[in-house]
Design a protein around this ligand. Sequence first.
Ligand SMILES: [Zn+2]
Length: 241
Amino acid sequence: MHNLCNAQCVLCVQPHYDDNDIGAGGTIAALSAAGVSVVYLTVTDDLVGVLDASLAEDEARQRLREEQRRAGEIIGVQQHYWLEYADAGPIDYYALRRDIAAYIRRLRPDYVFTVDPWLPYEAHQDHILTGRAVAEAAILYHLPRFKTLPEVDAAYQLHVLRGVVFYLTHAPNIFYDISSTVEIKHHALQTYCMQFTDMDMRALLEKLTKTERQCGERGGVERAEALKVLDPAQLHIHLNV
Ligand SMILES: [Zn+2]
């Protein structure tokens, strides 16, 4: 049985700057409050989602990071890293898998959070590629002949990744109680202005509230987030016995 609160460190890998917080912000805030070290790794540069087309790219990048840092302070994120792949692609899947595996080796997390890439309907390749690259990195990171970056590989001592936590999932196996952190999550989300009009944000928060209540009912608590937590061994030739 997975007890996320017992983790020392969780690495949360998101395609875009707000996915971790939308999908699992309440859970992540609860883990941070319990003393878990929370690190965010953002895959893309997020520029395609910026609403103001007249804004210079450098200015847009800076403002996106400022928003993300402010939200992270509210949630309790200790460290941010960015890979800066182009938003909406093209993304080299194998380079992404290598980069994510390098962070797993560097940071030695107990759990990696990411989007569920196996939704019946998910059109965004950034989400599909990120979720799949995390899942595959989770079954390869420990193999001595698997290469990431020479300096990372040389320093790596074997550790155990206990699980992958997929959020925004259609097949949850955990309804994580976020009753005490839901306000923190919604407060953090309201710092995201570059990609949301006020109306978009209100709609998002309304939808989230409904979903969190429904998940809460299924989990027997007031508010919850739906998560799919899998042992890495369940991500390759998994035999159900
Ligand atoms: Zn996204």
